[in-house]
Design a protein around this ligand. Structure first.
Ligand code: G1P
Length: 296
């Protein structure tokens, strides 16, 4: 049977952003701008460029700026129209024209698995993507598209992974996996044997870390409902996937591209510098400016 089309993407965005205080005291971390777009817009554009139209954002208290961002800025558009600022108007409109966005609240911070389960009604009985907005991924083919291609081939859930230094694996979900043949190569697609959330250093089965992009099937919701609180006392998505693995194969893709953890201060700075250097309008001037800095 051919795989059902992935049409929806779930964005868990209810986290408190404690790694980015004090900036995130009154501003959702998803709205911090990397160059000229809020962090979450990178993930939304990646989903759209991967063929997904329906976006579900799981929000919480204090996150209304996200809803305003993807809405029509009526007053702004009115002022820009009356001042004949066509270019600025199209930039403002582009955001609200991007996608159909639905919102659901996660009322308590009970973990990533719990956040994803809040989207169950909106997702229904379809395969869906999960995008963790903190992870900004710059790649030639959108990361989600890379995962969807593998999902369509195997008709099975697929996770994005990357190699990380052994000493940092305990910040991530980690997979134990064997490589499989895909598109004539055996170096970037894996069948998962086991997975564990934030293993202790020394207990990690590999250095392959789960990154915030997933293609999941609706049977994961039943598994989320069955897991007990895990790492950090939270309902973990990784634990639910471990349960799902008993019922069906799950695959992983070492994606092509560069991932930035934009929810972390250093990762955010790295994303800002590298994406600014690639920016069509700003890149040249920014490069010249950086070259003039005395970094000695
Ligand atoms: C979450 C997931 C973890 C994954 C990570 C990627 O953890 O639980 O498995 O490796 O995202 O960014 P968090 O960073 O929310 O603690």
């Amino acid at each position: 049977m051919s795989a059902a089309k992935v049409r929806k993407a779930v964005f868990p965005a209810a986290g408190l952003g404690t790694r980015f205080l004090p900036a995130t005291k009154a501003l959702p971390k998803e709205m911090l701008p990397v160059v000229d777009k809020p962090i979450i817009q990178y993930g939304v554009e990646e989903a759209l460029h991967s063929g997904i139209r329906n976006i579900v954002i799981v929000t919480g208290r204090g996150k209304s700026a996200i809803e305003d961002h993807f809405d029509v800025g009526f007053e702004l558009e009115h002022v820009l129209t009356s001042r004949n600022k066509a270019e600025l108007l199209s930039q403002a409109r582009q955001v609200s024209n991007l996608a159909d966005v639905a919102y659901i609240r996660q009322k308590e911070p009970l973990g990533l698995g719990h956040a994803v389960s809040r989207a169950q009604e909106l997702v229904g009985q379809e395969p869906f993507a999960v995008v963790l907005p903190d992870d900004v991924i710059d790649s030639a083919t959108p990361c989600l598209r890379q995962l969807i291609d593998v999902y369509e081939f195997f008709n099975a859930p697929v996770l994005a992974v990357m190699e990380v230094p052994k000493e940092s694996i305990s910040s991530y979900g980690c997979i134990d996996a064997e490589s499989v043949s895909y598109n004539g190569s055996t170096d970037h697609v894996f069948r998962i044997r086991d997975l564990v959330e934030k293993p202790k250093p020394g207990e990690a089965p590999s250095n392959l870390a789960i990154i915030g992009r997933y293609i999941l099937t609706p049977d994961v919701f039943d598994c989320i409902g069955k897991v007990e609180p895990g790492a950090g006392g939270e309902i973990q998505l990784t634990d639910a996937l471990r349960l799902l693995l008993r019922r069906r194969p799950i695959y992983a893709v070492k994606f092509e591209g560069k991932r930035y953890d934009a929810g972390d201060k250093l990762g955010f700075l790295q994303a800002t510098v590298e994406l600014a250097l690639k920016h069509e309008a700003l890149g040249g001037a920014f490069r010249a400016y950086l070259k003039g800095l005395d970094l000695g």
